[in-house]
Design a protein around this ligand. Structure first.
Ligand SMILES: *[C@@H]1O[C@H](CO)[C@@H](O)[C@H](O)[C@H]1NC(C)=O
Ligand SMILES: *[C@@H]1O[C@H](CO)[C@@H](O)[C@H](O)[C@H]1NC(C)=O
Ligand SMILES: *[C@@H]1O[C@H](CO)[C@@H](O)[C@H](O)[C@H]1NC(C)=O
Ligand SMILES: *[C@@H]1O[C@H](CO)[C@@H](O)[C@H](O)[C@H]1NC(C)=O
Length: 188
C-alpha cells in the first residue's frame, strides 16, 4: 500500500502524457470533413430502358378494386420496386454518368399521399469520390416540397458517413422523373 502510493506521483504525469497523446492521435485521425455534392437522378418507370421496376405488386386491397375510393395512392400501398438509377451532374439524361443509385423502395403510406420508404446506395464513378458510396434510409413523400433523406453510412472516402440529402423534382415526363439532389456528407 505504502509502496504503490509512493510510486503514484512518479507514474501519474507519465500516464497523463500518454492519455493526452492517445486522445490527440485519435481526434486527429477522426477529424470530420464535409463534402457537398449536387447531382441529378433519373427515375425511368415507363417506356423503354426502365431504371426502376416493380417486383411485387400491392396486395389486392380495397383501394385497388374500388375505383370510387377517394385515395388512388392507397392502391400502391405495399408495392416494391428495385431501382438502378443513373446520376448525372446536369439534368440532361444523356449527360456524363457520375454515379448510380441502387436499391429498393416501397410504397409505404396508405394515407392521402405518395410516400416511399427508400433504402438505397449512391455509388460514384467519377471525380474525387470515384469508387466511394453512401447509403440512405428514409421516408420520401415524393409529391412534397421539402424532401430530406438521411445518410446513414458509406464506403471508401465516405466510410463512417453521416449526413442528409435535400431533394426536389426537377422535371416530370409522365411518371418518369428527374430529381435534383444536394447532399451534405460528413465523413473522415
Ligand atoms: C434505350 O437504350 C438503347 C440501347 O442502349 C438506346 O439505343 C436507346 O436510344 C435508348 N432509348 C431511350 C429512349 O433512351
Ligand atoms: C368504396 O370507397 C368509398 C370511399 O372510400 C366507400 O365509401 C365505399 O363504401 C367503398 N365501396 C366498397 C364496395 O368497398
Ligand atoms: C474510376 O475508378 C475506376 C477504378 O479505379 C477507374 O477504372 C476509372 O477510370 C475511374 N473513372 C474516372 C472517371 O476517374
Ligand atoms: C441545390 O443547391 C443549388 C445551389 O445552391 C440550388 O440552386 C438548388 O435549388 C438546390 N437543390 C436542392 C434540391 O436543394
Amino acid at each position: 500500500m505504502a509502496k504503490s502510493s509512493g510510486l503514484l506521483p512518479i507514474f501519474l504525469p507519465l500516464l497523463v502524457c500518454a492519455l493526452i497523446t492517445l486522445s490527440l492521435t485519435s481526434t486527429e485521425a477522426l477529424k470530420p470533413k464535409v463534402a457537398r455534392l449536387q447531382f441529378y437522378m433519373h427515375d425511368v418507370v415507363q417506356g423503354p430502358n426502365l431504371t426502376a421496376v416493380r417486383v411485387a405488386p400491392s396486395p389486392d386491397n380495397q383501394a385497388l378494386t374500388n375505383s370510387t375510393g377517394s385515395d388512388p395512392f392507397a392502391s400502391f400501398f405495399g408495392s416494391v420496386f428495385v431501382m438502378d438509377n443513373p446520376l448525372t451532374a446536369v439534368p440532361d439524361r444523356g449527360s456524363t454518368l457520375v454515379g448510380r443509385a441502387q436499391g429498393i423502395y416501397v410504397h409505404a403510406s396508405q394515407q392521402n399521399e405518395f410516400s416511399l420508404l427508400m433504402t438505397l446506395t449512391y455509388m460514384f464513378v467519377s471525380g474525387p469520390y470515384n469508387g466511394s458510396s453512401f447509403s440512405v434510409v428514409g421516408r420520401n413523400p415524393v409529391m412534397g416540397e421539402d424532401r430530406e433523406l438521411p445518410i446513414v453510412g458509406g464506403t471508401g472516402m465516405f466510410r463512417l458517413a453521416r449526413g442528409y440529402c435535400l431533394l426536389e423534382t426537377h422535371s416530370m415526363d409522365g411518371m418518369n422523373a428527374v430529381v435534383g439532389y444536394n447532399a451534405t456528407v460528413i465523413h473522415y
